[in-house]
Design a protein around this ligand. Structure first.
Ligand SMILES: NC(=O)c1ccc[n+]([C@@H]2O[C@H](COP(=O)([O-])OP(=O)(O)OC[C@H]3O[C@@H](n4cnc5c(N)ncnc54)[C@H](O)[C@@H]3O)[C@@H](O)[C@H]2O)c1
Ligand SMILES: [Zn+2]
Length: 386
């Protein structure tokens, strides 16, 4: 991470070319082929940063209608005088579909965007995934820059290059790896993020702490209750949550871009988390399901002798303090949950492999591809509260 020489922290000067405008003090995380710029207020200068990374002829900004209403115009103006245009879709997971992909690509083609364009996503993880997939396929692939606006998209979806859409057979089953040319993160946009969405992001931030950084986990466990209060997005602790949250994901993705090994650790909490989402028919949102999944999987790790005793309680306490649930609702049947873990992409050859912690700050299973096979009987016991 390096400090870039700064100019003013205010809005860009008008009537100047994009190259000569000043960028607020920014922290960059450098990835192979792109960097992630994190800075409060950077939204006003995002166009300059994108243009420096991808000198496209035109920029197609893909955003959901909700985020477009809040930030669309500001991002558009940051490109001025470069040609940029907004393309919107109705937001929400139910619109992360081939239909939305088709309509967006048709709209972008109809507007005359050629091979020399670049796509810019502005929004949560649904938008980064969908816009990334549009970019991966449009004219056989054009650059994509991400401007994530949800905490989850900042610390998770916008880095790593996974793009795609959902199909009736399951989530994210049609997609591509398409690395961004630039990721621009302005924590101040989190001010308007609904609190439930913010909590979902905290679940992933804490997950990153469990995976790789115990002191960060503890600092976040203490700070998160304040971060959820009005003004929390502007504080130093939020900047740290975002910056360290992203850095941990980046470290792992750098070591394993295509999920052939250590990238599997990012699935901690997600095997049972996805099962909970599925069995609840998505009544339990992703962040809450992952929070419950982390607690269950940490207990599973303790019971199978993988994790130090106390790991589960430490994780459960931090999640509870963040306002996240830590127990499975009684109406979800254990049999249905276990059946759902078998349908998950992480089930191979009849056994279900879990990414399990050794303790807060370190994952187990290095010698077995960073996942550990677990018997259904142990999962039953944990689901029964033992
Ligand atoms: N590609 C990856 O590696 C990866 C990783 C994790 C998650 N994901 C995907 O991310 C998606 C979930 O992302 P999400 O939770 O961000 O969902 P989302 O994109 O639906 O955003 C959540 C809601 O918040 C709104 N919103 C976003 N930013 C806002 C802001 N600043 N102010 C006000 N409202 C705002 C959106 O309009 C939406 O209604 C899932 O589809 C998941 O599969 C992808
Ligand atoms: Zn997740």
């Amino acid at each position: 991470m390096s400090r870039r020489p700064s100019g003013s922290t205010g809005a860009p000067r008008r009537n100047s070319s994009p190259e000569t405008r000043e960028i607020p003090l920014a922290h960059d995380i450098v990835m192979p082929g792109y960097s992630i710029t994190i800075s409060p207020g950077i939204l006003e200068s995002a166009g300059i940063v994108v243009h420096a990374a991808a000198r496209a002829h035109r920029y197609a900004i893909v955003t959901d209608i909700n985020v477009a209403a809040r930030f669309g115009q500001r991002l558009l103006e940051s490109f001025d005088p470069l040609p940029a245009q907004l393309f919107t879709f109705a937001g929400g997971e139910e619109y992360k579909t081939r239909d939305s992909w088709a309509r967006l690509t048709d709209d972008i083609a109809e507007a005359g965007f050629g091979r020399d364009c670049a796509i810019v996503s502005l929004g949560g993880g649904v938008t980064t995934d969908l816009a990334g997939f549009v970019a991966a396929t449009y004219m056989r692939g054009v650059p994509v820059a991400h401007v994530p606006t949800s905490l989850l998209a900042m610390v998770d979806a916008s880095v790593g290059g996974k793009a795609g859409v959902d199909i009736p057979a399951g989530k994210n089953l049609v997609g591509a790896f398409h690395q961004p040319c630039s990721v621009i993160v302005d924590p101040l946009v989190l001010e308007s993020l609904p609190r439930q969405e913010l909590r979902a992001g905290f679940a992933e931030v804490l997950k990153h702490g469990v995976i790789a950084d115990a002191p960060f986990f503890d600092r976040m466990a203490r700070a998160i209750p304040q971060l959820a209060q009005p003004g929390g997005e502007a504080g130093h602790a939020m900047l740290e949550a975002v910056r360290r949250g992203i850095a941990i994901k980046c470290d792992i993705v750098r070591r394993d871009e295509r999920e052939e090994g250590i990238r599997a650790v990012l699935n901690f909490g997600h095997t049972l988390g996805h099962a909970i989402e599925l069995v609840s028919h998505f009544a339990i949102p992703h962040g809450e399901a992952v929070a419950i999944g982390m607690v269950l999987e940490a207990r599973l790790a303790e019971r199978t002798g993988v994790a130090e005793q106390g790991t589960r309680d430490r994780i459960a306490n931090a999640l509870a303090a963040a306002g996240l649930p830590t127990a499975v609702p009684a109406d979800l049947s254990a049999n249905a949950l276990i059946a759902a873990t078998r349908a998950d992409k992480k089930a191979r050859g009849g056994t279900v492999r879990y990414a399990l912690p050794r303790r807060v700050g370190a994952m187990a299973g290095e010698e077995s591809g960073w996942t550990i096979p677990v018997d259904d009987a142990a999962v039953h016991e944990v689901l029964a509260g033992r």
